[in-house]
Design a protein around this ligand. Structure first.
Ligand SMILES: C[S@@+](CC[C@H](N)C(=O)[O-])C[C@H]1O[C@@H](n2cnc3c(N)ncnc32)[C@H](O)[C@@H]1O
Length: 361
């Protein structure tokens, strides 16, 4: 790592490389970087003392210029810098209580005895925010599936799908099942929940989590692509469909700070093509009066509102259910306008977006 740092800054000394180094110093302490020579420690220490206010904005924000420019054009400089600052802070550790195994108060008391201090999350009725970050893997609560690690924003996205007992539900992009587990528990282990994904590896990671959770209503299904014949077979039969779409992941930069350096305007545009294609195919599953929920862990309009607008223009049999209505149905005291928009500097969650679309009866 040390060699890579010096190559990055002493080569062409490109602004981008310097941004990376400042970001690294902000995220991890110099002492925690192994294998540095005394000269490298000295150089990094001097770099860390530079007055950030004299640096160009993108360096201060620790963001690629294309991304910062986009945010400034949309939100103004102050708001963009506030979001950037929040994304440069480490994320808290949030847990979701598995309602078919435990309730939040009992879990809180059991954790306190461990002793692990936590507080109830403000929006998700099943969430706990752990004060420090202890290892949880060996706790009986974790092994028995009473708790799962899940950001509060992700919990909310599952909650606003509004699943009920006995329903037919599809989690179209289930991955390793973060939201699948929340949906299955909200269905009280009844009905049928299909967990689709194109990644065998991710679906395999869902299996041990499912075993711990005690859920028997989840059916993982590997699909080749969004237009797979397995999707067509369920057309018009599903009460609730969640599309937790593949996206830039920029909303999770607190956990994956390197992600922003791998995204470009072009990768986002490629993702948009996939997003509208998946949403359009998943929509076929929804029965009359049923709901389709489109979500991302991104804060970019291109991946969020713009996809929903394009979808609604092409699919007039769907209408947007205002998020205020959805959140009120779930008894969640939160107002984020027409859509769910969770942001780290406002809600202390990862960045999440969701829209609820209903098929006309
Ligand atoms: C944002 S991740 C899902 C995260 C997951 N829902 C969770 O809560 O942990 C997006 C997922 O979409 C899957 N995916 C990508 N293309 C897909 C497609 N055409 N059809 C279904 N799933 C797809 C990816 O494999 C990835 O697991």
């Amino acid at each position: 790592m040390a060699a890579a740092i010096l190559t990055a800054v002493s080569g062409a000394a490109a602004a981008q490389s310097n941004v990376t180094v400042y970001g690294l110093i902000d995220t991890v302490s110099i002492e925690s970087i192994a294998g540095l020579s005394p000269e490298e420690v000295e150089w990094l220490t001097r770099t860390a003392q530079i007055d950030r206010n004299k640096l160009p904005l993108a360096m201060r924000a620790n963001m690629p210029p294309w991304l910062l420019d986009k945010l400034i054009a949309r939100d103004g400089e102050a708001a963009a810098m506030e979001l950037a600052a929040a994304l440069n802070q480490p994320a808290p550790l949030d847990l979701r209580v598995n309602a078919i195994k435990a309730n939040r108060e009992d879990v809180m008391a059991a954790l306190a005895a461990a002793p692990i201090l936590c507080e109830a999350t403000p929006y998700s009725p099943l969430g706990l925010r752990v004060i420090k970050k202890p290892a949880l893997q060996n706790l009986p609560l974790f092994k028995d599936g009473a708790i799962e690690v899940q950001d509060e924003g992700s919990q909310l996205l599952a909650q606003i799908v509004g699943v009920k007992r006995g329903e037919m539900v599809v989690d179209f992009c289930a991955g390793a099942g973060g939201k699948t587990l929340a949906l299955g528990a909200a269905m009280r282990n009844t009905g049928r929940l299909y967990a689709f994904d194109i990644s065998e590896k991710r679906l395999a990671k869902l299996k041990p989590r499912l075993a711990r959770s005690g859920l028997s209503n989840v059916h993982p299904v590997m699909i080749a692509h969004e237009n797979d014949a397995k999707v067509k077979r369920l057309a018009g039969k599903i009460d609730r469909v969640l599309v937790d779409a593949p996206c830039s992941g920029l909303g999770t930069l607190r956990r994956n700070p390197d992600m922003k350096w791998r995204q470009t305007v072009e990768t986002v545009a490629e993702m948009n093509v996939k997003q509208i294609s998946i949403l359009t195919s998943a929509a076929r599953l929804v029965k009359a009066g049923g709901r389709l929920v489109y979500g991302t862990c991104s804060f970019l309009n291109e991946e969020n509102e713009d996809i929903v607008t394009e979808f609604l223009q092409a699919n007039p049999d769907f209408t947007l259910v205002p998020m205020n209505t959805v959140l009120a149905e779930q008894k969640i005291d939160l107002d984020t306008g027409e859509y769910l928009k969770m942001l780290p500097h406002v809600h202390h969650t990862d960045g999440f977006f969701a829209a609820v679309l209903e098929r006309k009866k």
